[in-house]
Design a protein around this ligand. Structure first.
Ligand code: SF4
Ligand code: FES
Length: 253
């Protein structure tokens, strides 16, 4: 039997990048336990619009856990309380009737707030751009599949490729480090023969770009791994560090 819930929301409102922000109280009524967290926010926004008030700005796209657009800190945890789950896949049945829920944006210098719960994550795009393309022409999909790759290597590379670039790892880290994100991208390509050719240039360029964007360093806290919706392991960071050291000692092109 579905029990309709009533919740007390404390939501970060901020009119723009330089405006002062604050937590404001919003009651959420008629919340179904079957709603996703973002559907619950949609209902709150519909109520605000009916009253002639401005809707709460928040990011989303696929709502299926694959695009990395949703980015909410729920009760102090990036993506909320469910392990290995994006906030768009979090369901209201995880909460109890009468709960107070605090909703905030990612907080990091390199992810400036655009409005309310929306932050600018274009710094991640610039890191990826700095990493550049794989220049080897491997042909079409059938040609690519003829390159022999050991199963265990292919699986680790594929697991690394699961990173959706959401930025929760940065939001959870006390240093606002982008190491887990970068290490996933670097591991994915450095492990595969197609990506090995540019591995030295890639790792140095991406880490340099992260430094320029204002992300912090890694002090092995493990908070990134704990909140990552794709459960990217921090062993990738160790691999990235090895790649970086190897690149620094390699002869320059
Ligand atoms: S490593 Fe995980 S938390 Fe970080 S951007 Fe990728 S998917 Fe998101
Ligand atoms: S909206 Fe796409 S992962 Fe959440």
């Amino acid at each position: 039997m579905t029990t309709i819930m009533k919740l007390n929301l404390k939501i970060w409102r901020q009119a723009g990048p330089t405006a002062a922000g604050r937590l404001l109280d919003y009651p959420a009524e008629n919340v179904s336990p079957d709603m996703s967290f973002l559907e619950m926010l949609d209902v709150v926004n519909e109520g605000l619009l009916r009253k002639g008030q401005e809707a709460i700005a928040f990011d989303s796209d696929c709502r299926e856990g694959i695009c990395g657009m949703c980015s909410l800190v729920v009760n102090g945890t990036a993506h909320g309380p469910d392990r290995g789950t994006t906030v768009c896949q979090l369901h209201m049945r995880r909460f109890k009737d009468g709960d107070t829920i605090t909703i905030e944006p990612w907080r990091a210098k390199a992810f400036p707030i655009v409005k309310d719960l929306v932050v600018d994550r274009s710094a991640f795009d610039r890191i990826i751009t700095a990493g550049g393309y794989v220049s080897i022409n491997v042909g079409g999909a059938p040609d690519g599949n003829t390159i022999p790759i050991a199963k265990d290597v292919a699986e680790v590379a594929m697991d690394s490729a699961a990173c959706i670039g959401c930025g929760a790892c940065v939001a959870a880290c006390k240093n606002a480090s982008a190491h887990l994100f970068m290490s996933a991208k670097i591991s994915h390509l450095a492990l595969l023969p197609q990506g090995k050719l540019e591995r030295h240039r890639r790792v140095v360029a991406m880490i340099d770009q992260a430094d320029a964007e204002g992300f912090g360093s890694c002090s092995n806290e493990g908070e990134c791994e704990a909140v990552c919706p794709k459960e990217i392991p921090i062993s990738n960071i160790a691999r990235m560090t090895r790649e970086y050291m190897r690149a620094l000692m390699a002869p320059r092109d």
